[in-house]
Design a protein. Structure first.
Length: 303
């Protein structure tokens, strides 16, 4: 089936956006060959909820929101500050997160297994100590199920809420389908005890309330998220995405962060319009999901 093509102007803007997100001046995701390689499906097909959500631009808000949520847990924050390159190479770290998300969503089973092995090996080296919300010194490892679960919940809740608030396309099967299906993504990481419905997600989030705190380290990361080293032309758009992410957080999280937000009812239509404008500007092509669909068509797993 022929796919719609971008105009020359749309491809110019699409390349600029991809270069920023993937930290590659060519505008081509370094892991695109991984998406294209192999035969058969991966964890999801194009009509599955995670595929639909992660192919949409609501993820631009969801990614910022997830980082804000993760920063509220001193354990997950310790791993980011001590073992990641968010200061020296912030766009490279963002690109690494996008890599895991896109490979897990769009690639074949073998590629997903290989990516999970890479992440597990990286997690095996991430360990240390942190101060809990109650002031205790605790040891941590990135592979600890409790920390992995919080990171998973933060991503899942953030991408789901951002899609619900700022995207037009319905989620196939609704929120429950997204949560149940996306739970498969962390099984290769050794995590199985995760929410499988929206009701379970809300209960799981509530269980972490006593673990969340804002420390000096949290404030440092929030300052970076508030003013990241992006190109000047991208800063106004990022400011709107940041404000949208902040406004979509539960009130108790905003209170912890001590950040005032624009009312959601005011910012929601503006952000919806911005994301629509970005889609028009960069054209109908989606290099990652189009590549994944071509692989599925080649192997006869999608018509």
């Amino acid at each position: 089936m022929p796919r719609p093509k971008n105009s020359a102007i749309q491809e110019f803007f699409a390349k600029r956006l991809r270069a920023l997100l993937f930290d590659d001046p060519s505008g081509v995701p370094p892991w695109l060959d991984t998406i294209a390689s192999g035969d058969g499906p991966g964890l999801y097909l194009p009509n599955d909820a995670p595929w639909v959500v992660h192919a949409d631009f609501g993820t631009l808000v969801g990614g910022v929101r997830a980082l804000l949520m993760q920063a509220l847990h001193p354990g997950s924050l310790a791993g980011v500050r001590t073992h990641s390159r968010y200061k020296s190479d912030p766009l490279g770290r963002l690109s690494g997160t996008i890599r895991w998300l896109t490979i897990t969503t769009f690639a074949s089973h073998q590629a997903v297994a290989d990516e999970a092995a890479r992440i597990n090996q990286m997690h095996s080296r991430v360990k240390g100590e942190y101060q809990s919300a109650g002031g205790e010194t605790r040891a941590y490892r990135a592979a600890d199920p409790d920390l992995l679960r919080w990171v998973h919940i933060a991503f899942m809740d953030s991408f789901l809420r951002s899609h619900q608030l700022f995207s037009a396309r319905e989620i196939p099967g609704g929120a429950d389908a997204y949560i149940r299906l996306w739970a498969k993504s962390v099984e290769p990481l050794g995590l199985y005890d995760v929410p499988l419905s929206e009701a379970e997600l809300l209960v799981a989030i509530q269980k972490y309330q006593g673990e969340l705190a804002v420390t000096a380290d949290t404030q440092e990361v929030i300052r970076w998220l508030r003013h990241p080293p992006l190109p000047l032309t991208a800063l106004p758009i990022y400011e709107l995405l940041f404000q949208s992410a902040l406004a979509s957080l539960p009130a108790e999280y905003r209170a912890l962060l001590k950040l005032r937000s624009v009312p959601l009812m005011l910012i929601q239509p503006v952000t919806r319009s911005l994301l629509k404008l970005i889609r028009i500007a960069i054209g109908p092509e989606n290099v990652i999901s189009d590549t994944a669909v071509a692989r599925l068509e080649r192997s006869g797993d999608y018509q």
